[in-house]
Design a protein around this ligand. Structure first.
Ligand SMILES: *Cc1c(COP(=O)(O)O)cnc(C)c1O
Length: 376
């Protein structure tokens, strides 16, 4: 990482935090997952600004690696994606907003139809001569989006329903795939197998990242990984997934705090010795969640500096946070510390905040100086 620090000394002198996105690692992760998926096509979930890393650079790198099918949550994300990739297949997971069929179809954005109301509206659009394509979402046990099994069965009974709706995908979503032994996985798989059989001419998709890992029974025709592409901890131990996101921030000062004093808002953590406290130029306005704070009652997250891990000290505030550098005498003003990246897993930081890596990734603020490396 040192060459990154030295690459641009002028911007280094003003940057608070810096976010480095390794697009080569993103592409490599896609290839690893594609290999895992065997004969199934491997798409990519790029909602939430590609999990925080930046939609356009992410999709260009993924397309260069061979990815053809992308999933966004919102039409606006789909429009941005379409501008970046004119040829891509794009599904809009949150479905068909009222009155939006023509707007979506004009840009070949395919709504994932997830309720009877959406189906009826889409059917009317198609009956009026609309040629746009769509996916059908069937709920198999998550109770979030999707037709019920009975509704899907009734739809399949209608003559030519898949063709008249222009269905190019039938899909469902697993609720508990990150817990491989959870009984809901097998139940959802059974239901989805039956649904896919109702629409034999339409490609089927069930698995997100964790679902790919459940085995080839879950792969069907298309898999839809998100978090694993971005180097989320999931499968890290089993597949050689690379770190995509590195966030570093600078130490803006080092203070000596006597034993028995407190640091930061709320006076929540007390020094137990004369301490060297480093003040970092990042806070919750940058998406470093305040819930990762440390106190006398519970430890918080750690950062990585000079080859060692240093614990947070006290509360994370809006633009600042403090770390204990007492045992790292080399650390000094102007040094950059790693908040997460190759040495500090984002999921570990997230766990300190009682959440998941997904939330840290999608919370990354816009104050970081962004660097993209390893692009095609
Ligand atoms: C977000 C999402 C995915 C990707 O999930 P990951 O856990 O990030 O792999 C796939 N399918 C649907 C429907 C999603 O909402």
């Amino acid at each position: 990482m040192n060459n990154l620090h030295q690459a641009d000394t002028s911007s280094r002198s003003i940057a608070g935090g810096r976010l480095t996105v390794d697009l080569g690692a993103l592409a490599d992760n896609w290839r690893v997952l594609a290999q895992r998926a065997g004969g199934a096509e491997t798409g990519a979930a790029v909602k939430g600004n590609a999990y925080g890393i930046g939609l356009e650079p992410a999709v260009v790198a993924l397309a260069a690696a061979g990815c053809r099918t992308f999933f966004v949550a919102l039409p606006a994300e789909g429009l941005r994606l379409r501008a970046a990739l004119p040829e891509a297949t794009i599904y809009v997971l949150n479905g068909l907003a009222e009155g939006s069929a023509h707007t979506l179809a004009d840009k070949d954005l395919r709504p994932v139809l997830g309720s009877l109301a959406e189906i009826e509206e889409w059917a009317a659009y198609r009956a009026g001569g609309g040629r746009g394509l769509a996916a059908l979402h069937v709920d198999t046990g998550m109770n979030r989006l999707g037709l019920t099994l009975d509704q899907a069965g009734a739809l399949a009974q209608l003559p030519e329903s898949a063709r008249s709706l222009g269905l190019s995908l039938v899909m469902s979503h697993l609720a508990c795939a990150d817990t491989p032994d959870h009984p809901l996985n097998a139940r959802q798989l059974g239901h989805f197998g039956a649904v896919a059989a109702l629409f034999p001419d339409v490609p089927a998709s069930l698995a997100h990242s964790a679902g790919i890992h459940l085995g080839s029974d879950y792969h069907f025709n298309l898999v839809r990984p998100g978090i694993a592409l971005y180097g989320g901890a999931f499968m890290r131990d089993e597949a050689p997934l690379r770190t995509v996101i590195t966030v570093e921030t600078r130490i803006i000062q080092v203070r000596v705090v006597p034993e028995g004093e407190t640091v930061g808002y709320g006076a929540t953590q007390t020094t137990r010795r004369t301490s060297r406290i480093g003040i970092l130029s990042t806070g919750y306005a940058d998406g470093y969640l305040r819930a990762a704070s440390s106190s006398d009652l519970r430890p918080g997250a750690s950062v990585f500096v000079h080859g060692k891990s240093a614990p947070l000290f006290g509360r994370v505030s809006m633009d600042l946070m403090a770390i204990d550098l007492t045992d790292i005498p080399d650390a000094a003003r102007g040094d950059f510390v790693e908040l997460f990246g190759p040495n500090i897993a984002i999921d570990t930081v997230a766990a300190s905040a009682g959440t998941i890596g997904y939330e840290f990734m999608t919370s990354l603020g816009d104050r970081y100086e962004r660097h993209y490396v390893g692009g095609a």
